[in-house]
Design a protein around this ligand. Structure first.
Ligand code: IPM
Ligand code: MG
Length: 372
């Protein structure tokens, strides 16, 4: 029996292209591993009315980790229209499989390292090395949404909330409500994850990102819990910033920051910003980490227009493989892989279109493999 079982979840669009590149790298690394393919993605929505079928959920219960590519998603009505005719009348709603996966398996840490590898022509500035910890299961992603809001909710809100009163006069088809739910437990464990990381890797500072000056209840709770957790790590500098100011300061002086920790939606936003500063989505990698399972993925989407062209940059996915190796405890292999990626970037002979070259996805992976 192989030492590890890895669920292989290409999804669709360029998810397939980049996972083919990841396979080239993993084959060279020679892990003792069994890869098990999982059905996930747009195709299964259209044919089965579920982009994340139960058999794939069951597969994830029986593996050590998973590598995920990307999935196309479309707005609710457009998604409905692509269902096979037999499913059209069933009233199914499309929900993002990756968001479901994060919640279903309690993958509460979204870890997004953003490092400017020397010589990358897309670096905003050389030397940037930021790490984003994004809460991955709650906040505005909780999925508690109402469009239209039910009358019971409208009644409650109009009684308890003065600012809500003008909306309550509208008919319910004129507005929608999405609940931002942040728990003490959820906030505490992500902030702890960020500080534990900072302690382990001797990072100097953790910045708590929020909007507690306006979103007083939920972000107020997040900030309060985070400040409490910070007390357990006196050797690590802590500060906090509002999400809006944070985007500005990050661009103004990225070197002032180190580890960032944020509730789900702010983490989503800030991690795209940080990824762009180190080369864009071709370089953004992501770990969705829980206590027993972790799923690794590139941060980019499925880019359907490039699907199957083997044109996109596989480095984001190869760096996700590096994170996966770390998580498995294969640190020597992980370091070797990261050095190889860094060497190829620095040499600059092999560049995909986003980097100003015309290298193919798989050739880029092969060039990286040659340096391992
Ligand atoms: C991400 C993506 C996802 C998210 C989408 C694809 C649902 O933007 O992983 O950052 O919003 O979390
Ligand atoms: Mg995102």
């Amino acid at each position: 029996m192989a030492r590890y079982k890895i669920a292989w979840l290409p999804g669709d669009g360029i998810g397939v292209d980049v996972l083919d590149a990841a396979k080239i790298v993993l084959d060279k690394i020679q892990l003792d591993v069994e890869y098990i393919h999982g059905d996930i993605g747009w195709e299964f929505w259209c044919k089965e009315g579920d982009a994340f079928p139960q058999r794939t959920i069951d597969l994830l219960k029986n593996v050590d980790t998973a590598l995920f590519g990307a999935i196309t998603s479309k707005p609710v009505k457009a998604a409905q229209a692509e269902l096979i005719p037999e499913l059209q009348t069933k009233g199914l709603t499309y929900r993002s499989p990756i968001v479901r996966m994060r919640q279903m398996f309690d993958l509460y840490t979204c870890l997004r390292p953003c490092k400017a590898y020397p010589g990358n022509p897309l670096n905003f500035k050389e030397g940037i090395d930021l790490v984003v910890f994004r809460e991955n299961t709650e906040d505005l992603y909780a999925g508690v949404e109402f469009a239209p809001p039910p009358q019971e909710l409208v009644d409650v809100l109009s009684k308890i909330s003065k600012p809500f009163a003008p909306f309550a006069k509208l008919s319910v088809d004129q507005y929608a409500i999405s609940c931002k739910i942040n728990t003490k437990r959820g906030s505490e464990r992500i902030v702890k994850a960020a500080f534990d990381f900072a302690r382990r890797f001797r990072r100097k500072k953790v910045t708590i990102v929020h909007k507690a000056n306006v979103v007083r209840a939920s972000d107020g709770l997040f900030l309060e819990v985070a400040k409490d957790v910070a007390k357990q790590y006196p050797e690590i500098q802590t500060d906090d910033a509002n999400i809006d100011a944070m985007t500005m300061w990050l661009l103004k002086n990225p070197f002032q920051y180190d580890v960032l920790v944020a509730p789900n939606l702010y983490g989503d936003i800030i991690s795209d910003l940080c990824a762009q500063m180190v080369g864009g989505l071709g370089f953004g990698c992501s770990g969705n980490i829980g206590t027993t399972l972790a799923v690794f993925e590139p941060t980019h989407g499925s880019a359907p227009k490039y699907a199957g062209q083997y044109k996109v940059n596989p480095i984001a996915t190869i760096l996700a493989v590096k994170m996966m190796l770390d998580w498995l405890g294969e640190t020597e292999k992980s370091a070797r892989l990261e050095n190889a990626v860094a060497a190829v970037i620095k040499e600059g002979n092999m560049r995909t279109y986003d980097m100003g070259g015309n290298a193919n996805t798989l050739d880029m992976a092969k060039a990286i493999v040659e340096k391992t």
